[in-house]
Structures are given as structure tokens and as C-alpha cells.
Design a protein around this ligand. Structure first.
Ligand code: GDP
Ligand code: IMO
Ligand code: MG
Length: 436
């Protein structure tokens, strides 16, 4: 079972980093396939917390090699800062341990400026982006004007690329967005020449590496960022990120055929959160939502923003199971539900009084959805020390079994605290590739 894709199935922050770190003890390659430093993945090992944004969550395992595939957008300054932060805790991110596809698109200062200026201009319809320039960088990729890592190694061509891009971005910022920011082509060219020297040793042919690893039966794990409902095609558009977050995109990004994939693991919180704007049918605006936020420490890893909190949305997760072809769900943050008399689950939707089976394509409609809830008896016990399914209180066991039925997918494991060791895997297939 060597090729595994791990994705978030809600609106991000499901605990992907924690679970990927846990599952990569035996992995050979860990590959990020989309997103950029909008992601914030938190790992806790023996009480020590590490927050990663671009570097795959396999980096704390000394036997893994970590890769960024072509579909990732890379802010070089953010990447170098992250490498330095890891060096500060004695994790050496060397070219032996870390490779980047030459095909990744670079996030440059003008992308960040455009992202921020656009958000500022959106009066009451803010997407609530992370302000990292993600959308503008992906736009350049699709419009075939972006600058890729491999472009840094042909300076004549690079100079012209930078000149054209900087002129276009300055004009757009000033004339359309009313910004007074302007960038210097010479400065950006000099910056990129420096960055090229620093990053050159890390450049890798990711497709060749991945396919060769697959051939020799190595364990290759793909780490998703964001979550299914933030997918550019399938999420709550336009309140989404600018990449495909679903499992299918791992093959596109890495340059690998779809028949190579053996298993898809979906990471899912036992409740639900969202950062930024957009519809959230099971959001709880009352005391229980605040309680989930406090107990779950629901503040953004990247921006520190308080996360909107609500209940497990079985309709949305069922959809994610279908969109990603999920084989096994790992249910995280079960411990946060301890102490609630009743645990609510959104089990069906009404749109203007009519029952609907799925999230409608337009977020205008999604905003009018009313979730119908089923309440399950809660549990009061502290479950952070539990090591088996059987040690869970009966009501927590029943909650997990109900989730399985409602979403149409087995719960192959659960998590009862932020630490690496607070993870219980039930699915034998997952144990086979992941656990000692
Ligand atoms: P990611 O973006 O999906 O990797 O998730 P984040 O790291 O942004 O957010 C998840 C947060 O929950 C982090 O602070 C984790 O340390 C924490 N976490 C993960 N799993 C659990 C769990 O089972 N219980 C608790 N209490 N915290 C968890
Ligand atoms: P991880 O990998 C949660 C959200 C932003 C915003 C929308 C678009 O940690 O789960 P962007 O900057 O991508 O253009 O913002 O997407 N968003 C996330 N929310 N977790 C993330 O990543 C996110 N990455 C982006 O809040 O609503
Ligand atoms: Mg996160």
C-alpha cells in the first residue's frame, strides 16, 4: 500500500499536519502538491510545537525526503525563513532532505500587494484570504505569465519576464486597485538572482523522483493543504482558495498517473471550523460555538484569526468522501467534545424549506442553507489518555459509529490531543504503511 494521499475534508485546519507527521514514520517521500504558505500545519512532538507552512510535515522524521510538486506556489522569502526556523530547532533542511520542482510558480511581492489591495477593496464581501498572494500567483500560472523556479536559471529571459510582469502589476495596482505601491523591476530581478543561487541545490525533477519511488515500492505520502470545501472547483466558490485541494490533484501536480494511487485518507475534525468569509451551514454563533473555539484553541496558525466554529457537517463530509474517493477517515480533536451534554451533527440540509442532498454550486444559495441536526449524547470523561477504541466512553464510541454511517466511510482512526502520540489508528491498511 505504498502511495497514499492525505487530504483535509472540511475547510482546512483539520489536523492534517499532525496526522501526516504521525503517519510518516516509515515514509520515504512526503510530497506537498498544492497551496503555499497560506497553509499552517502544526506538529507537536513530546510537547514541542512546530508550525509548518510550505515544508511537508514529514520533515521531523529523519528518514524521509520531502518534496514540493509543481502545483505548489512558493514565496521564496517565506520558504527560506521556514528553513531557518527549522534550523533553529536543529532540523537541517538540506538538499538531501528537501527538493522543489523547477515547475513551481513563485509568489513575488507584487502578488502579496495585489491580494491585500483586492481584499481591502471588497467592502462587505471579503473572502478573508490569508494575504499571502496565493490567488494572484495562481492567476499568473493560468494566464501563462508567471515566473517559475526554473526561470531563475536563465538570466536573460528572467530579466525580460520580470520587466513585463512588474510593469503590468504596477499598472494594475495603481489604475485598478487605487494602490500607491509600485515595485522596481531591477530590485526584483536582483532578488530573484540571489534566490536562484540559494535554491538551485534544491531543484528536483519531482515526477521522476516520485515515479521511481513508486516503482521500487517505496512509501510515498502526499500531504494536502487547505480542505475539500476550499477547492477552487468543488468548494464554496468564490469563498475558496485558488488551487484544487482534492486528492485527484496530487497526480496532476506530481506528474504521476492516477492508477498509482493506493489509498486516500481524509482528515476530519469531530466538529467543524472555518477561517475567513463564506457559507458555513453548521456554524454555531452562540455559547457552544465559543466553547468549541476556547476548548479547541481555534485560532489560525498563519494569521492568528479566531476560527468560526460549529458542528460536524455530515452532508459536507459525505460529499468530500465522494469527491476525494476517501478510503478511511481520521477523526481529530475528539477530546475537544468532552464535556458537552449533547454533540450535534448536521445530518441534512434545507434550502428555502426544500430538502437538498448536496451543497449547491453557488455560494449565494449555500448561504441560505439551513442544516438539520441530530443530537447524540455527549461524554464528560477526559479522553486525552485513551489508547484504544474500547477505552473510549460508550457515547464517544457510538458517535464515531454514527459518523461512519452518516458519511458512508469508515473511521480508520481518531486523535485525542495535539501530540504525535495522541493518535489511535484502527484501519489495518493505514497501520500497514504507517505504524511501526
Ligand atoms: P492543519 O492545517 O490541518 O494541519 O491543522 P492546524 O495545525 O492548522 O490546526 C489543527 C490544530 O489542532 C493544531 O493546533 C493542532 O496541534 C491541534 N490538534 C490536532 N489534532 C488534535 C487533537 O486531536 N486534539 C486537540 N486538542 N488538538 C489537536
Ligand atoms: P491549512 O492547510 C484554513 C482560507 C482563507 C480564506 C480562503 C482563501 O492550514 O488547512 P487564500 O489565502 O488561500 O487565498 O485564502 O481560504 N484558507 C485556509 N483556511 N486552513 C488553511 O490551510 C487555509 N488556507 C487558506 O482563510 O478563507
Ligand atoms: Mg492549518
Amino acid at each position: 500500500m505504498p502511495v497514499v494521499i492525505v487530504v483535509g475534508v472540511q475547510w482546512g485546519d483539520e489536523g492534517k499536519g499532525k496526522i501526516v507527521d504521525y503517519l510518516t514514520e516509515r515514509a520515504n517521500l512526503v510530497v506537498r502538491f498544492q497551496g503555499g504558505n497560506n497553509a499552517g500545519h502544526t506538529l507537536v512532538v513530546e510537547g514541542q510545537k512546530t508550525a509548518l507552512q510550505l515544508i511537508p510535515s514529514g520533515i521531523l522524521r529523519s528518514n524521509t525526503r520531502c518534496l514540493l510538486a509543481s502545483g505548489v506556489v512558493v514565496n521564496p522569502t517565506a520558504l527560506l525563513e521556514e528553513i531557518q526556523r527549522l534550523a533553529d530547532i536543529n532540523v537541517a533542511v538540506t538538499p538531501e532532505r528537501f527538493g522543489i520542482s523547477g515547475e513551481v510558480q513563485l509568489i513575488l511581492p507584487y502578488h502579496v500587494a495585489i491580494d491585500k489591495a483586492r481584499e481591502a477593496a471588497r467592502a462587505d464581501s471579503k473572502i478573508g484570504t490569508t494575504g499571502r498572494g496565493i490567488g494572484p500567483a495562481y492567476e499568473d500560472a493560468v494566464s501563462r505569465s508567471g515566473i517559475r523556479l526554473s526561470d531563475l536559471f536563465n538570466r536573460d529571459n528572467l530579466k525580460e519576464l520580470v520587466r513585463v510582469n512588474v510593469a503590468a502589476k504596477n499598472a494594475y495596482l495603481q489604475s485598478v486597485l487605487g494602490s500607491d505601491e509600485a515595485f522596481s523591476a531591477d530590485e526584483i530581478f536582483a532578488y530573484l538572482c540571489d534566490i536562484g543561487e540559494t535554491l538551485k541545490p534544491f531543484v528536483s525533477n519531482v515526477s521522476v523522483e516520485v515515479n521511481e519511488a513508486v516503482k521500487r515500492d517505496a512509501i510515498v505520502m502526499f500531504e494536502g493543504a487547505q480542505g475539500c470545501l476550499l477547492d477552487i472547483n468543488h468548494g464554496t466558490y468564490p469563498y475558496v482558495t485558488s488551487s484544487n485541494t482534492v486528492a485527484g490533484y496530487a497526480c496532476v501536480s506530481a506528474g504521476m498517473g492516477p492508477k498509482q494511487v493506493d489509498y486516500v485518507v481524509g482528515i476530519c475534525k469531530a466538529y467543524c471550523t472555518r477561517v475567513g468569509g463564506g457559507p458555513f451551514p453548521t456554524e454555531d454563533h452562540g455559547d457552544e460555538g465559543s466553547l468549541l473555539r476556547d476548548r479547541g484553541g481555534e485560532y489560525g496558525t498563519v494569521t492568528g484569526r479566531p476560527r468560526r466554529c460549529g458542528w460536524f457537517d455530515a452532508v459536507a463530509v459525505r460529499r468530500a468522501v465522494r469527491l476525494n474517493g476517501i478510503d478511511s477517515i481520521i477523526l481529530t480533536k475528539m477530546d475537544v467534545l468532552s464535556g458537552f451534554d449533547h454533540v450535534k451533527v448536521g445530518t441534512s440540509y434545507d434550502l428555502d424549506g426544500e430538502a437538498i442532498e448536496d451543497i449547491p454550486p453557488s455560494s449565494l444559495n449555500t448561504g441560505r442553507i439551513k442544516a438539520n441536526y441530530t443530537e447524540f449524547p455527549g461524554w464528560s470523561e477526559d479522553i486525552t489518555g485513551v489508547r484504544t477504541f474500547e477505552e473510549l466512553p460508550k457515547t464517544a464510541q457510538d458517535f464515531i459509529k454514527s459518523v461512519e454511517e452518516l458519511v458512508g466511510c469508515r473511521v480508520g482512526g481518531f486523535s485525542i490531543g495535539p501530540d504525535r502520540e495522541q493518535t489511535i489508528i484502527l484501519d489495518e491498511n493505514v497501520k500497514q504503511f504507517a505504524v511501526r
